[in-house]
Each structure stands twice: as C-alpha cells, then as structure tokens.
Write a new protein. Structure first.
Ligand SMILES: NC(=O)c1ccc[n+]([C@@H]2O[C@H](COP(=O)([O-])OP(=O)(O)OC[C@H]3O[C@@H](n4cnc5c(N)ncnc54)[C@H](O)[C@@H]3O)[C@@H](O)[C@H]2O)c1
Length: 475
C-alpha cells in the first residue's frame, strides 16, 4: 500500500482496482517475465539498484516494472510518449497491493509536451538528490536528457540555440531549470549510472551515433536487435496493434481499401501483412532496394508516395525517418483519407506544419482529428502523427511484450552484473539468452523443439544447447 508522502503524478488513483485486474490478466500471457521472477526472485540480482524507466506506461509495462521490483530494484517510471499511458495501469502500479510494492509513476494519457519532459525528470529524481543507476529507455529520450544534462554542465551552449520543434524547446527549458537549481546533478548522476537498455530501433540509432562520435557516456544494451525483439515485437506486435489502433480510432472497414505503408522493415512487414489479411490492397513505399524487393516478392505493389497519393485511402508510416508524408502529399490526398504513424516520434508525418499552412484542425475525439484544407477537402490524422497503436489503442499484446521485456530484464541484469567489464559502447545480449527467451515462449504456447542428437550437432558443428546459428544469421 502507498506509504505517506509517496511521490507520484498520475491521472486518478481510483482506477487502481481496474488496473490490477488487467495486470493479473496480462501476467497469464507473459510467461517470460513470470519465469524470470521464478528464477531470480530469491537471489534479487537488482537488489536496491535505482532504475529509471522511460517506456510506455501500459498494463504490460506494469508487469515489467513489478518484475524489476521483485528482483530487488528501486524503480521510478515515466512514459516515453504523451498519449500512450493507460491510466488504470499507472494507478495500479502506484497503489500496489500486499504482494506488489507501490512504485512511483509519473505519467498520464494526454500529457502536454512540457509536462512530458517534467515527468521524465521526476522519474530521474530519486530521494536525497540522487539519480538512477540504470535506465530502461524506449526511443532514447531518457538517454538524451542525461547526455544533454552532462554536456550543459560541461559548458555546451546547445540549450541557447533555436529549437527545431516543441520537444527540443521543452527539453532545453527543462535542462536550464535543472541547471539553475543544481549545476552538478548530471555529473553526480554519471558517477552512479551503470548503463541504459534501449527498447527500439530509433533509440538504438541515437546510441550508435553517440558511440561513433565518442560521446556515449555509459554502456548501452541494444535490446531492439535481440532477434526475439526486432523480429517479433516490431513485426508480429505491429501486425496486431496497427489495425487495433486504426479501428478503435475510426471503425473503418479495411477490406477493399488501398493502403500505402511507408517503410518495409520489421514494422512495415507486420503492418502490410495484417492489412492484406483484412483484404486491403497494400502498396509499399521503400528507400532500401533490398526491402523494396522483398515487398515485391511478397506480391505487394512498390511505388513512391507521390505516384499513389491520389488513390490511397489509408497511409501508414513505419520508417523511423522524418518528413515521409509531407504537407504537399496531404494536400493531394483523397477526401477523408486516414493518415497515421506507427514508426517513431511525431515527425514522420508533417502534422505540425499543417496548421502553419492554414489547415483547420477539428477534433473528433481524443487522438482523432479532422484536418480541413482551404479547398475544403479533409483528411483524418490519428494520434497527431504519433504512434497510432499506443495512442489510439493499447499497444502490442501481452505475449509479445513478454518476449521484449524479458530481454529488457536480462539487459538490466547484465548491465549491473558486468559493470566492471562493460565500456561505453553499445552491446547486444548474448545469443544464448535470445534463444532461451524464445524457448520459454515457444514451450508456453505448446510448441515442441527437436533436440539434435550427437551426430547431428557434430555434423553442423554446433553445440546441442546452442547457439544454433552464427551471429551474422539474419533470420
Ligand atoms: N509503434 C510500435 O509499437 C513500434 C514497435 C517497434 C518499432 N517501432 C519504431 O518503428 C520504426 C521502424 O522500425 P523497424 O524496426 O521497422 O525499422 P527498420 O529499419 O527495420 O525499417 C524501417 C524501414 O524504413 C525505410 N525507410 C527509411 N526512410 C524511408 C522513406 N523516406 N520512405 C520509405 N521508406 C523509408 C528503411 O529503408 C527501412 O527499411 C522505428 O522508428 C522504431 O523505433 C515502433
């Protein structure tokens, strides 16, 4: 139960009972996290380790948070997206029960961008003016706040430069406020910080950029590129949660529609497959010839957005890139075309520029808005161009998040236990752990594995208990 003067900022604590019921339901579908609890609850490998989480505050994340706590950690949490929090999950985590400790959560659905950064700072602010010892990050905002904080204390003038968007503006505002109050917080934080585990493609890209520039200040684990993450969550997760988001937002019939999916990486592959499964005519737009050829071999049309902009009913961005759907594209779209993003951040679609172009925004309901152009045609934009599956629905199913979050837990344990060995580089989890996570989830779903006999493992020159593939195998 919540101790007195316990810190938290959420929508409504009264939602806790509902949240707890859904968390218990999710646990049934999260065999990986449950088995890690069984394996490590007694030894508590994260005993008293201060962990800051910046990852969508959903029901499934609640199971991750409570797993970290059962492994001994002292956790504070914020969401990594202004629309993705499930308020009942946040309430349940804060309230706790006799079996689950209360955890400070700072998140609600529908934060402003300014609130978002302030809440992330709350998740960094442990008692006695201390920062975290480990970070769980999704998209790189927590790592960005930490690195920019250190750079400011080292004399960087970045906070005084013009901002390119609202997020950057609010991040700079927050950094200046923290610096004015405590000009050495981030360096003290750095002394204690042992690393970050990063959940997604875009966050990993940022970490690699820092590694290349020699500006990465802590060890990092790339959870995204565990095979059991990128080839499962990104693909099979989005295969289910994209349509969930579009349907909850619009109730539109997918069958018979023409849908453009921008990006045919892991996320795009999952999206295209489910859209086709529903009977849509799917067109892929890609910049990488290998991915584009894969799409063609799967039977999709492969076209540029420009060449099909007039004919499509739904546009989905899944690239992790900027300015993929431009204002000029949106001007040419059909009346009531639906536009959404399942990639990262809010800049795959030029939503912010629409208002500057005189387009009128008319809200329909939370996270669904009609944008009316001066010529009177309109389009429907979901979640303001931010993640549609988390803004308009509740993200991926529990089972797939169990796979991703098992990687997160293993990454946190590795960062802590191997802190003497790890350098300020980006690491992958060992292949055997990837295979172990796959094995747990396979067996939990009733799958069976072939066990290689001595002769077979000798013939292929692999150990009977793995790794089963060379590191460079692409799956
Ligand atoms: N919403 C979610 O639940 C969720 C889950 C996982 C990943 N993500 C995010 O989705 C994004 C994509 O992830 P991924 O794992 O598929 O990455 P990926 O690198 O496998 O695929 C992205 C693809 O987009 C293509 N691309 C880049 N710029 C393009 C452009 N202008 N037009 C067309 N195609 C372009 C690339 O060539 C690449 O093939 C990332 O930002 C990632 O962080 C979201």
């Amino acid at each position: 139960m919540i101790p007195t003067s316990f810190p938290y900022q959420i929508k409504d604590l009264k939602l806790a009972e509902w949240g707890r019921k859904e968390i218990l339901l999710a646990e049934q579908e999260m065999p990986g996290l449950m088995s890690l609890r069984d394996q490590f609850e007694t030894n508590k490998p994260l005993k008293e380790v201060r962990i800051t989480g910046s990852l969508h505050m959903t029901v499934q994340t609640a199971v991750l948070i409570e797993t970290l706590v059962m492994l001994g950690a002292d956790v504070r949490w914020a969401s990594c997206n202004i629309f993705s929090t499930q308020d009942h999950a946040a309430a349940a985590v804060v309230k706790g029960t006799t079996n689950y400790s209360s955890v400070p959560v700072f998140a609600w659905k529908g934060e402003t961008v300014a609130e978002y950064w302030d809440l992330l700072w709350q998740a960094f602010s442990f008692p006695r003016n201390m920062g975290p010892q480990l970070i769980v990050d999704d998209g790189g905002d927590a790592a960005l706040l930490f690195h920019k904080g250190c750079e400011l204390e080292d004399g960087s003038q970045w906070v005084e430069e013009d901002s390119h968007n609202e997020d950057e503006h609010e991040l700079k505002r927050l950094l200046k406020q923290i610096f004015a109050r405590d000009s050495s917080f981030w360096h003290r934080c750095k002394e204690d910080l042992r690393g970050v585990s990063e959940e997604t493609t875009t966050g990993v890209l940022r970490l690699h950029q820092r590694e290349e520039e020699n500006s990465l200040l802590i060890p990092a684990i790339n959870v995204n590129d565990s095979v059991t993450k990128s080839k499962f969550d990104n693909l099979y997760g989005c295969r289910e949660s994209l349509i969930d988001g579009i349907k909850r937002a619009t109730d539109v019939m997918i069958a018979g529609k023409t849908v453009v999916v921008c990006g045919y990486g892991n996320v795009g592959k999952g999206c295209a497959q489910s859209l086709r499964g529903y009977g849509a005519r799917v067109i892929i737009s890609e910049s990488d010839p290998i991915c584009a050829l894969q799409a063609l071999m799967e039977g999709y049309a492969v076209k540029s957005v420009d060449s099909v902009v007039h004919e499509a009913d739904i546009f989905v961005t899944a690239t992790g890139n900027i300015d993929v759907i431009t204002v000029s594209h949106m001007k040419k779209m059909k009346d009531y075309a639906i536009v959404c993003n399942i990639g990262h951040f809010d800049n795959e679609i030029q939503v912010a520029s629409l208002i500057r172009e005189g387009v009128k925004r008319q809200p329909i309901k939370a996270q669904v808005a009609k944008y009316v152009f001066p010529d009177n045609h309109c389009i429907i934009i979901l979640a303001e161009g931010r993640l549609v599956n988390l803004g308009c629905a509740t993200g991926h199913p529990s089972f797939i998040m169990s796979i991703s979050f098992s990687n997160q837990v293993m990454a946190q344990i590795m960062l802590w236990e191997k802190q003497q060995e790890l350098e300020n580089k980006v690491y992958l989890l060992p292949q055997k752990q990837d295979e172990m996570i796959a094995r747990i989830h396979l067996l939990a779903q009733g799958g069976e594995l072939v066990e290689l006999c001595e002769g077979q493992s000798a013939y292929l020159d692999i150990q009977k208990d793995g790794p089963y593939k060379p590191r460079e195998y692409r799956y």
